[in-house]
Design a protein around this ligand. Structure first.
Ligand code: ATP
Length: 424
């Protein structure tokens, strides 16, 4: 098969690494890719939202399958674009159509979906500019802390946890009347605050059948001990010790099955990944969010634990016979430590030459924000590299990934030395 992956981050590097190992993959292309993805396939200089360019490329290179990494092209309807085009409609796209991508693209849509399908989630209500006063009244009864969420995509910044009623009212007003997050906050979901410990569960579905991929925990804050600003993700670990068999059985029964069946019942086709952000509250799962794609940096820890042929599983999604496929998961532990640019997640240093990747021994280095400039690999993005290892036990995995991250150098390099150590 000729496979095209859309995206350029660590997630897409991990997909490319895994897909390149499949005997079913003849030619692999990554658009646009990064300085590392060229080791697994051919980078194509196309933006993930350049649908016309993607069409031309897919047709002239006999692409048999498109795997979409990030949410943006999904929310913008890349899958629908393929289905609506006579020349493209025979090429399966892995990733949901725009309507289903609303599970991620609109928090109001996803909350209503969960409520309709009795999926455990925090109590909530949605307000607009016209119902601001009702929003204030709701806040007064909601308890503290309270969570305000911009309805639309806000690059992970649209969620505010307010500790006082005054702060919550001020923020709600700013979001609704002053477009604090632009169009994304023209609707705001006010949600009950949940306490517990978070994890990510990943499901692959063909719309009827599903497979549960390895779960993972990610680390969002820039600082050690989970302090400081939120980032795209500083590291991840899989498996998650507190997601034991009993907890995962509850997740499957109460969340995964009702989600897949709910989509089907509501006539919303879904072929792709469902990323379920969960809170484990004293052993009970509560859904915080859905995403319509895999997580980054979770994918870097999930892919190495999948022992089955990943292309075979993707074919199952495309053909609707995922039930006939087998997923074999390693019981080893994967850990990922992300090296970021100096200054990230604020203004950060760019175009710094990277050295030391060749000194990494026990880990695999997935590139993220990197670019080739002649012979040099430059750090050009906020999240630069993801250092992943697979080891027999948690301690060795955490120690190895952290030690290998320290072997990499570029001006301003930073990584957290505590990824996963809270789980020991
Ligand atoms: P992401 O960047 O992960 O996609 P997002 O902007 O889509 O995030 P959410 O995942 O819904 O938004 O929320 C971001 C973070 O806020 C969560 O990871 C969680 O830590 C916290 N959070 C969200 N909802 C709640 C809640 N009801 N109770 C407690 N914390 C919450």
């Amino acid at each position: 098969m000729n496979i095209l992956i859309l995206g350029s981050g660590g997630r897409e590097s991990a997909f490319a690494w895994k897909i390149a190992q499949s005997p079913k993959c003849e030619n692999l292309f990554i658009a646009p890719g990064n300085a590392g993805t060229g080791q697994y396939g051919t980078n194509i200089n196309l933006k993930v939202t350049d649908f016309a360019g993607i069409k031309a490329f897919a047709l002239s290179n006999a692409i048999d399958m498109v795997l979409v990494g990030p949410e943006e092209p999904l929310v913008k309807g890349i899958h629908d674009f393929f289905l609506a085009d006579d020349e493209l409609k025979g090429i399966p796209v892995i990733g949901p159509q725009a309507e289903a991508a609303q599970l991620e693209g609109s928090k109001d849509f996803s909350k209503e979906f969960m409520q309709r399908n009795n999926i455990p989630t925090a109590a909530s209500k949605t307000f607009t500019k016209d119902t601001l006063q009702e929003g204030f009244d709701y806040l007064a009864t909601a308890g503290l802390p309270v969570v305000l969420k911009a309805d639309g995509l806000a690059a992970g910044k649209g969620v505010l946890i307010c500790l006082t009623l005054e702060e919550a009212k001020l923020e709600l007003a700013e979001m609704l009347t002053e477009a604090k997050f632009g169009d994304a906050s023209s609707k705001v979901v006010i949600e009950q605050f949940l306490t517990g410990i978070e994890l990510s569960v990943f499901v692959m579905t063909d719309g009827t059948n599903y497979k549960i991929l390895p779960e993972a925990k990610d680390y969002k804050r820039i600082g050690e001990g989970d302090t400081g600003l939120n980032t795209g993700g500083m590291g991840s670990v899989s498996p998650v010790p507190f997601a034991d068999a009993e907890f995962m059985a509850k997740v499957e029964q109460r969340v995964i099955i009702p989600t897949v069946e709910g989509l089907k019942k509501e006539g919303i086709p879904y072929k792709g990944f469902i990323f379920i952000g969960l809170m484990n509250t004293e052993g009970e799962p509560w859904v915080i969010e859905y995403n319509c794609r895999m997580g980054d940096p979770e994918t870097e820890s999930v892919m190495p634990r999948i022992q089955s042929d990943f292309v075979d599983l993707l074919e199952g999604v495309a053909q609707g016979n995922l039930n006939e496929k087998e997923i074999i998961i390693s019981d080893k532990v994967a850990a990922t430590v992300v090296c970021v640019a100096g200054g990230y997640p604020g203004e950060y240093l760019k175009n710094k030459a990277i050295s030391g990747i060749e000194n990494v021994r026990g880990s695999h280095v997935f590139h993220a924000g990197t670019t080739l400039s002649g012979e040099e690999v430059l750090a050009t993005g906020g999240r630069v590299l993801a250092v992943t290892t697979l080891q027999d036990n948690m301690f060795n995995a955490l120690q190895q990934a952290t030690a290998d991250a320290a072997r990499i150098y570029y001006d301003g390099v930073y990584f957290r030395k505590d990824i996963g150590f809270d789980l020991l």
